[in-house]
Design a protein around this ligand. Structure first.
Ligand SMILES: [Fe+2]
Length: 270
């Protein structure tokens, strides 16, 4: 498996607090079947002022520690990029990081209050050639009010990342229910751990994979934890990658196949 959202770097956000915790998290993940982890610290100006060059240096240093400790894990670059008005410029300058320097970038929306014109921000990213990957929508307090907005984002080319722990009940019943609904409706592109420590919010990819197999079957479960993440690492175009299948129609019809959907594809040039 490939885990593309993990707060594994020690001491730079609310994730791992020191090297020992990072090594333990990596050990748990490796034992769980994860071979590649993206180090994605918060990039949140004014709260966590992490920048691309510093994150790259820290990832190289942590990779050396993992190698020295004999932990079979390859680290790649990334960031848990919080919504900000100038994201495209920051990504282009290297101040903010996409996943493994691909067109795919983790975007963390605010948990409680959505900023006005949030869809414009996604439009700007898509227009600039990025594929925003929305982190853990299933855990947002606004998801019941704004689910249609998430559907519109997916139709226009955004991807969604569900949290491994949400699928196994780590965040309670509502995030689990939303995760399962999004899976049925073809709204889940990847699952990642978003792990923050070895005991508090630990990596749970193995359990999540088992849950995914029972929810969507072996082939799509493998797409979610391995094939699409691998395609991201290779920077493949999104239309070169199978879309999540729809197994249950949402109210008013599934997300795929609408005239709007086809038009947005024409607009995006594929
Ligand atoms: Fe995160």
């Amino acid at each position: 498996m490939i885990d593309l959202h993990c707060h594994l770097l020690p001491g730079i956000d609310d994730g791992s607090q020191d090297l020992e915790q990072s090594l333990e998290m990596a050990r748990i993940s490796a034992a769980d079947g994860v071979s590649v982890t993206a180090c994605t610290p918060h990039i949140f100006p004014g709260v966590y002022n992490n920048t691309g060059p510093d994150i790259r240096r820290r990832i190289a240093a942590l990779q050396s520690e993992l190698d020295a400790a004999g932990i079979p894990m390859r680290l790649v670059t990334g960031g848990d990029v919080h919504i900000a008005p100038d994201l495209v410029a920051k990504l282009k300058s290297g101040e903010a990081l996409s996943l493994n320097d691909s067109r795919y970038v983790l975007i963390e929306p605010p948990h409680h209050v959505l900023p006005p014109r949030i869809e414009d921000l996604f439009f700007n990213l898509l227009s600039a050639g990025y594929v925003p990957v929305v982190t853990h929508p299933e855990r947002m307090s606004w998801i019941d009010r704004e689910y249609d907005m998430l559907v519109r984002l997916v139709r226009s080319g955004a991807w969604m990342q569900i949290t491994a722990g949400a699928l196994v009940g780590l965040f309670g019943s509502a995030p689990r229910k939303w995760s399962e609904r999004m899976l049925r409706e073809g709204m889940v592109h990847i699952v990642a751990s978003d792990a923050h420590g070895p005991t508090r919010r630990p990596p749970r990819m193995g359990e999540a994979y088992a849950a995914l197999i029972s929810l969507v079957g072996q082939a799509e479960a493998t797409n979610i934890v391995q094939n699409r993440p691998q395609a991201i690492l290779q920077n493949l175009a999104p239309d070169a990658i199978p879309e999540p299948p729809v197994s249950g129609a949402r109210d008013g019809g599934g997300r795929q196949g609408s005239v709007w959907d086809k038009m947005s594809r024409v607009f995006r040039g594929h």
